[in-house]
Design a binder for this molecule. Structure first.
Ligand SMILES: O=P(O)(O)O[C@@H]1C[C@H](O)[C@@H](CO)O1
Ligand SMILES: O=c1cc[nH]c(=O)[nH]1
Length: 304
């Protein structure tokens, strides 16, 4: 086990490598990626992951496994076994594409992203893009619409991701890659999918943070909820989920492109409950996958 490649002091790196910006890692002989059950000392990261160009992620482990299996069928690329040795996250590989789930909300996703970013850094993977493929609550869009995010907002309507570190609030820029978003949007159009552009609100929970009236607790009234949804609409927000600002901030810090594609399960102007029957739910959750699969197959054709 050799000492890891030095991290530049200012964190800068224009080689296209996935960046970590933590000088303490230079002092570590090994690094255990605990939530994947993988360590530098027991796994050949460059051999297994050095070719990765796209990381596709979403909350549910069974959904991400299904996407990886379907992509293997669509592309003809062989599907790996589950490369994660922990029960926290699953990880599959189809050629240069890695499929990893992230759980629900920024705290879970930030663990996955920290470890995935280090894994790809140790693997010397270059020019990597991360795509979050998910579900959301739509704002003034028909259920089933695939929203390609062109910006992210936190609960204060700021384009920022907030962390509490060392007893202080730390705010970081939360921008997505506009060119990647445009390419993905165009793939949706060419697949005849109902696509929309718009900002994505990142809430800290599913109920009060999204101004639902159907949680266990609620201290606002129906008019306040309607005002909130109207304010979102006026600010160009097209959907609400629970990861966007964290995802945008982490991908920016790691020097990778980031995009978010989420299907709207409902139109929040018309209600709060998700009441889709199973067949419709499956149809909807496949829509953002179809868009990304078409995009990735185009990219693979260019790589050959
Ligand atoms: O994994 P997805 O995109 O479906 O996650 C969204 C956002 C929350 O994590 C979860 C709430 O149901 O759905
Ligand atoms: O309304 C919704 C639907 C999915 N995910 C969310 O976070 N909100």
């Amino acid at each position: 086990m050799t000492k890891q490649q030095e991290v530049p002091k200012d964190g800068s790196n224009d080689s296209g490598e996935v960046q970590v910006k933590n000088p303490h890692l230079n002092e570590q002989i090994d690094d255990v990626l605990y939530h994947f059950g993988l360590a530098r000392s027991d796994t050949n990261f460059p051999e297994l992951f050095g070719d990765v160009k796209y990381v596709c992620t979403g909350g549910s482990p069974t959904r991400i496994k299904m996407y990886a299996e379907l992509f293997s069928q669509d592309s003809g690329l062989p599907l790996s076994q589950n490369l994660s040795r922990s029960d926290r996250f699953v990880m599959f590989k189809t050629g240069a594409i890695l499929w990893v789930n992230h759980g629900m909300g920024v705290p879970s996703m930030s663990i996955m992203l920290n470890e995935c970013i280090k894994l790809l850094h140790y693997a010397h993977a270059r020019d990597v893009s991360f795509i979050r493929i998910g579900t959301s609550g739509g704002i003034d869009v028909l259920p089933g619409t695939v929203v390609v995010s062109n910006g992210t907002l936190n609960g204060l309507f700021e384009e920022a991701h907030t962390q509490y570190i060392n007893g202080k609030i730390v705010k970081r820029e939360a921008k997505l890659n506009p060119e990647l978003a445009k390419e993905l949007y165009n793939s949706g159009v060419s697949e005849n999918l109902p696509v929309a552009h718009g900002k994505t609100l990142c809430a800290d929970d599913f109920y009060e943070g999204q101004m639902r009236l159907d949680g266990a607790f609620c201290e606002y009234d129906v008019n306040e909820k309607a005002d909130f949804i109207a304010r979102l609409k006026d600010n160009g927000v097209r959907n609400i989920e629970m990861e966007a600002t964290g995802f945008a901030s982490f991908t920016t810090r790691a020097n990778v492109k980031g995009a978010i594609i989420c299907v709207a399960l409902l139109n929040r102007l018309n209600g709060d409950q998700v009441t889709l029957d199973k067949a419709t739910y499956i149809d909807y959750e496949l829509r953002p996958f179809k868009l990304v699969s078409s995009f990735l197959r185009g990219k693979i054709a260019q790589m050959i």
